[in-house]
Structures are given as C-alpha cells and as structure tokens.
Design a protein around this ligand. Structure first.
Ligand SMILES: [Zn+2]
Length: 458
C-alpha cells in the first residue's frame, strides 16, 4: 500500500530563529574565570643557596639587577645556619637557626627581597655533597624546590657551583647547587611531583588536594663558587664589578651589599678592624658566574638576562644518558668525585668536568685530607690489586700500600687518609695513586691538594 503524505511547511523568520537560539544560549551560565598564576610571586631571579649570608656573594650583582634593571628577586635557603658559631651571643643550634632566619630575612629585605623560603634542612658542616644530601633529605628537599620554582616561575636560577673545589667547598653549598640543577630540569616536567600540578576540586573550599601550580621551565642557570682561587672561572660566565656605582642608588654595589650583609651579625667579626678586612676581602672581587646551561640564545659571558624575553618557553626533557660500559680493571676517585662525574652528564653539564683537574685542600688543625678511591674490577674473575701512592715529602698516609681482593664486577671503596706536612702551608702539592694487578698497571689517579686550608672538615 502506498501512502502519500504531504506537509505544508512554513519557513520560520530570522527573528524567530534568533529568539529561539537566544533562549537556549541564555540558559547556559558563564563559568568563573580560571585564576592565572599568582603574579605576586613571579620572579626574574631565584637565588637558591644553603645558609643565611650565602646571598652576600651574589648580593652586589643582585643590587644591580634590583635597583638598576628593575628585576624581581626571590630566595630559597636550604638551612637556617644552625650549626655555625655565634659572634653575638650564646644562642646555638635551633636557637641560632631562629636568630639567623631573621638576620637573613632582614639582610634581604634591606634590598627589597621579601619572598624568601627556608627548606628547614639541617646545617651540615663538611665538604662531601653526599653527606648534605643525606642529612637534608634529598627527595623531600627536591620536592620543595620544584614547588617553589613552579610558584615563582624564575627566568634565571642562581646557585652554588656543584663541583668539588679547594676552598670552603661547603657540602651544603654544593647540595643547594645540586637541588637547583635538578629542579631546573624537573619543574616543567608534568610527571615530576604531579600532585603539585593537579587542579584543586574547589579552590575556595577547605581541605583541598591538588596544589594548582603549573609546570615552569627556567631559561638559564648560573653558578658561583666558594673556591679560594678563581682562575678557573675566567671566561665561563659573566662577571660584575662590585665597585661600580648604582645610578639609581648613588652607591657602589659593594656598599649596598655590605649594608645588607650587616644584618648577619652572628656571622660577622665583632671587631671593626677585622670586619673591614673581612668585607674588603670579599667585596674587592667581582661577582663571577659560571653559565650552567641556557635554553635561549646568547653567549657564555653575556649578561645574565641576554636573550631572555618574557613568557614561557617550551619544555624539553633533559636528554637521558647511559652509563658507559666499564671493562677490565680501573682506578678512580670515589665519593663526591664519582657522583659528580655522572651528575654532570645526567644534566648536560659536561663542561663543568673541564673546569678543574681533581683538587682538594687539607683542613682542620691536623692538616688531614680524606680521599675516597674506587678500584673497579669489571672482569669475570676475582683480582688482587696492589695500591701504592707517591706522596710529597713529609706526608703520611693511612692505610698506606696494600693488596685488595676485588670480586668480579665489583668496586672496592678505599678510604685514604693523608696528613700534609705543616711546612708546606699555602702550597699546592700533588698526590698520585697507582693500581697494579698481576704485575701490570691498571690505572692511576692524581689529586692536587692545597695545604693548610682551615675550613670546614671534609
Ligand atoms: Zn654558607
């Protein structure tokens, strides 16, 4: 059966269509704006250091950046400096930390720096970065630093040089440099500490999870060093004269830095003559930076802000690296030296391995030097290895020449302790170790040592 149906269709007028659409549209409410990242915390420079007063080394440059280039600076201190001495009173340990926190905040506030955080890590006097990373709680501190990089969105990170040097070589300084480098590479990675990046479900309510931050890639990272010698820093980054006068303030950058530094009273010589000598020694030198890495165009010694323009840059995961395959027998420096060899490669900082041949300094009243060595056996059989040293005249070594049994595919960690000759105070000396297996040399290590630096213990 065939059914014929016919419709009489009347076209609606334009006005009718518009009114219908308007009624539908008008029933959909508009969502509230998504708040942008908090502008109050956006910074140009994030300084990541270990102790209140560490900022003083970079302060003349910071003064230039703040007053004459209108840059915003924020600071992270790893510790409160609670293991130091106190030049003012009896307050020690946690009480000294409470004192130094305020000293540090006052010093920075005098230069207009108010966004300052502490990681609450324990001040750990020593020179082995692995010791500080252990006492600080490496993972928990890294999580905090990554959070603060994402909150402050720095263009540039300034921090301590992650290299073992002859000098103060404070392990906390190095730990700050390691954490800053790791955070530089991680803060833009969406799978690193992702809970920091989760959007809160209802931000105005209480008990939210999801920290609501955004990934952030800083553009450059620069280092500065606490070595007692500077020649190796030449040509490695920009330098800033501390004697130059700030046009905005009419004072030298050294003077502005000194005025800030005066807040760190518990760490400064109480005697005026000694104080002047101390400050002159530090502030007569330029601020020397080493370019760690840059993700924008520019050259090594160009200005810190060369090539930087506002706005985010894309995240590029730091290239991975593979451990080289070791074969046969070998001898290497162990401990922090072994760690840094891989750390630099892992973070594309191989150029830091070119800064210095391995060095250290004797320290403390006994002129002692700790040297960790690793005897690698990457063969399939247990090997006997004889370790001998060539010492400068008048030096002593424990344990001295010895035969080590090294299992197949193992590395024997040898802990050497040296005592330098006091008569060589101020001189550089060299110590060489050689390893032999089956009458054949399997490697040697040479370390240069600056004698009689009375700094923190190794
Ligand atoms: Zn320090």
């Amino acid at each position: 059966m065939k059914i014929n149906v016919s419709y009489k269709f009347k076209r609606p007028g334009i006005l009718t269509v518009f009114l219908l659409l308007y009624r539908v549209w008008a029933q959909v409410p508009t969502a509230p704006a998504n708040p942008p990242a908090d502008e109050r915390y956006k910074t140009d420079i994030l300084l990541i250091v270990a102790h209140p007063d560490d900022d003083s080394l970079a302060a003349p440059y910071l003064a230039k950046a703040i007053y004459d280039e209108h840059k915003h600076v924020s600071v992270i201190y790893g510790t409160r400096g609670d293991a130091g001495g106190n030049a003012v009173g009896n307050e020690q340990a946690a009480s000294l930390g409470a004192v130094r926190e305020i000293e540090g905040r006052r010093a920075l506030a005098s230069m207009g720096i108010l966004n300052v955080w502490f990681l609450n890590a324990p001040d750990t006097p020593g020179q082995d970065v692995l010791h500080s990373l252990e006492t600080w709680g490496h993972g928990a501190c890294l999580e905090k630093v990554v959070r603060l990089v994402r909150l402050t969105r720095p263009e540039v990170i300034l921090t301590w040089l992650p290299v073992y040097v002859a000098g103060e070589n404070h392990d906390d300084h190095q730990a700050a440099g390691v954490l800053a480098t790791e955070a530089f590479d991680l803060a833009a990675d969406p799978v690193a500490f992702p809970e920091q990046l989760a959007a809160p479900r209802d931000r105005t309510s209480i008990g939210n999870y999801g920290e609501g931050l955004h990934p952030w890639q800083a553009k450059k990272i620069y280092y500065f060093s606490d070595a007692t010698h500077f020649e190796f820093l030449e040509g490695r980054g920009p330098q800033y004269k501390t004697s130059e006068v700030s046009p905005a303030k009419g004072l030298s950058y050294a003077t502005i830095a000194t005025n800030a530094w005066m807040s760190d009273k518990s760490q400064l010589p109480p005697n005026a003559t000694d104080l002047k000598k101390y400050l002159d020694q530090y502030l007569s030198e330029p601020v020397r930076f080493v370019l760690g890495k840059s993700l924008v165009k520019g050259n090594t010694t160009g200005d810190v802000f060369q090539g930087i323009s506002p706005g985010p840059i894309p995240y590029r995961r730091a290239q991975g690296y593979e451990l080289g395959v070791k074969e046969g027998m070998s001898l290497q420096l162990g401990g922090p030296w072994a760690y840094y060899r891989e750390f630099w490669r892992a973070h594309q900082l191989e150029h830091l391995s070119q800064l210095l041949s391995p060095e250290t300094a004797s320290g403390g009243p006994d002129n002692t030097i700790w040297v960790p060595l690793l005897i690698h056996n990457d063969t399939d059989a247990t090997r006997q290895v004889t370790l001998r040293s060539v010492l400068p005249p008048g030096w002593a070594e424990k344990p001295g020449p010895m035969i080590y049994t090294v299992a197949a595919h193992d590395a024997y960690p040898v802990q050497v302790n040296l005592v330098a000759a006091a008569s060589q105070k101020g001189a550089w000396q060299r110590v060489t170790w050689t390893a032999e297996a089956d009458g054949q040399s399997v490697g040697s290590v040479t370390l240069r040592v600056h004698v009689n630096y009375n700094g923190v213990p190794q």
